[in-house]
Write a protein of this length. Sequence first.
Length: 86
Amino acid sequence: TGDGRGWREGRLLETERPFAWRLWEYMWTPEEVGRYILRCRAIDGAGGVQPDLQRSDCESYAANWIVPVEVAVVPQPQTYEEEFVI
């Protein structure tokens, strides 16, 4: 959430390997139509938390900060039952 207190635990996919990226998933159901900003952060085995902001002394090769992603939730299209008779 915007206040940083709304972190939820996702599920890691694939096999764990040292110093490797891992895919993850989190099932999210938005409360309403609108724009949302999603963020994901990692916590290592020692309890170190991924930083919110990019360090000025690091280039993209050391990308270790949280990158927000904006998504748009649109209304679900209306469907009609096949039993509709004219």
